[in-house]
Write a protein that binds this ligand. Sequence first.
Ligand SMILES: [Zn+2]
Length: 58
Amino acid sequence: MSNTNHVTLAAIHRYDLGVIICKSCNEVIATLPTDGYKKFYGLCNSTLCIDKNKEANK
Ligand SMILES: [Zn+2]
């Protein structure tokens, strides 16, 4: 069924199936209790990522 080869996924499957991933550094920012595995992209609080995102939007 689920692919648990991935350490990150294995941890998430405990409770929340939805994950918010930083689109800059791919860190998992938060999890959401969604009814199925869902991926959302956002930005973490790292100034590096925020600055990077600003550059990309120029
Ligand atoms: Zn980040």
